[in-house]
Write a protein of this length. Structure first.
Length: 166
């Protein structure tokens, strides 16, 4: 009986930690404040196809581009995540995110391509105006004129120009 309680407690904890996403897009009453550009790609996978989960090969676009660079509206209070989630929903592209707790969020899957699908160090990262940030994707504010890139990295960001600890 004690083992069952421990098991169910662990399962509930796991569900609480990983089952909830990071919320939806912006408030419907928010004011339009401008536009930014958005691009979503998994180009790095193209040079690592031998490491890709075989079940995911058919999901990789030939050029690695999931969403071409395009202008999108931004609203008061928008974050990288709210812009990304709203645009993916509008385009019918599946995405999922993980609530990391303490107000932090992580994009865990885009168009069926998930973290660790291509190497143990693989996952989704973001850049704003070509720069990485230590802020969570749902904490990084978006400003008029920003360029947002959501990119799959096969090597903890190194292959997309992100180097931590410098």
């Amino acid at each position: 009986m004690k083992k069952r309680i421990i098991f169910f407690t662990l399962m509930l904890t796991f569900i609480m930690l990983f089952a909830f996403s990071c919320g939806e897009a912006q408030n419907d009453n928010a004011d339009l404040i401008g536009s930014c550009t958005l691009k979503v790609d998994c180009i790095t996978i193209l040079s690592n196809m031998e490491k890709l989960n075989p079940d995911k090969v058919e999901l990789i676009p030939e050029d690695g581009i999931i969403v071409e660079l395009e202008d999108v509206d931004i609203y008061e209070g928008d974050t990288v995540y709210s812009v990304f989630a709203r645009e993916m929903k509008a385009k019918g592209i599946a995405q999922s995110s993980t609530d990391l707790g303490e107000g932090m969020c992580y994009i865990s899957s885009v168009s069926g391509i998930a973290e660790f699908d291509c190497t143990e160090m693989g996952g989704w990262m973001y850049l704003v105006n070509g720069e990485s940030s230590l802020l969570s994707v749902n904490q990084q504010e978006v400003l008029d004129g920003d360029t947002i890139e959501i990119r799959y990295s096969c090597n903890w960001g190194e292959d997309i120009g992100i180097v931590f600890g410098e």
